[in-house]
Design a protein around this ligand. Structure first.
Ligand code: ADP
Length: 243
């Protein structure tokens, strides 16, 4: 009798644990995507957004939209971005705070391009936002240069193409609207060099910061080889969200 009682106690203790495992994907809702320029943050972020039904928030997109506006800051932002420098934290944070206050972020979000410096990671934590998952997309410099030089975008929607690997149906035209494709202003050689430098000097320390945080908090930090084709990277991202 005692044996059965013991078995029952053990089972009831184990079962809820098993049942809670598949729910892990549900818990992974505050996701940070880190990677150098053209590492696939936009593409993989869109995939995660579709899968988990949470918005992808790109600080680059927020800043580009602000640069298009006619506010006092727009010219300053445009200049800084075209040079490939980092926009001051105060500006980025004010745009991000506004975006995070919107209703659609209630169930979570994916941050693409933020935090880009340790100071931004600290600010995010100070905002009371706990990040569950940090995905780092790793790419070699030579691959980055090749991806960026062939990159063409549809400025209005942010849709991205590549002359060799993802050409538009009609050369130079967006597949959906038929409008002209352009090159990003900061996809010049000088700006790319600066962006790569700022990634290794300022953004890489953010990875170490999260790895340190992960020692005491439930943060999953996953490194993914993003030199590979999009679908292979996507499989690795799916796995990271499920494991
Ligand atoms: P990429 O990752 O290809 O460099 P993004 O669209 O993420 O492209 O960023 C473009 C530019 O926007 C950056 O070079 C920088 O000038 C600015 N920017 C984006 N996010 C941030 C940020 N978190 N902090 C400061 N500047 C940023």
């Amino acid at each position: 009798m005692l044996k059965y009682l013991l078995c029952f106690c053990l089972l009831s203790w184990c079962l809820p644990l098993q049942a809670s495992e598949p729910a892990q994907i549900e818990n992974v809702k505050h996701i940070v995507l880190i990677g150098p320029p053209a590492s696939g943050k936009g593409t993989q972020g869109a995939f995660i957004s579709d899968t988990l039904k949470i918005p992808k928030i790109s600080t680059g997109d927020l800043l580009r939209a602000e640069a298009q506006s006619t506010t006092l800051l727009s010219e300053q932002i445009k200049d800084i971005m075209a040079k490939g420098d980092l926009v001051p934290d105060a500006i980025v944070l004010s745009l991000l705070r506004k975006r995070l206050a919107q209703e659609d972020t209630k169930n979570g979000f994916i941050l693409d391009g933020f935090p880009r410096a340790e100071s931004q990671a600290v600010e995010l934590a100070n905002m009371g936002i706990s990040i569950n998952c940090v995905i780092i997309l790793e790419v070699d410099d030579a691959v980055i240069i090749d991806r960026i030089s062939g990159r063409r975008i549809h400025a209005a929607s942010g849709r991205s193409y590549h002359l060799k690997t993802k050409p538009p149906k009609v050369p130079g035209k967006d597949d959906v609207t038929g409008e002209a494709l352009t090159q990003r202003e900061d996809d010049t050689k000088e700006a790319i060099e600066k962006r790569l430098k700022s990634y290794s000097m300022q953004t890489k320390p953010v990875i170490a910061w999260y790895e340190e945080q992960a020692k005491t908090q439930p943060i999953k930090v996953v490194h993914i080889d993003s030199n590979k084709p999009i679908d292979e990277v996507q499989k690795a991202v799916s796995k990271a969200l499920k494991d």
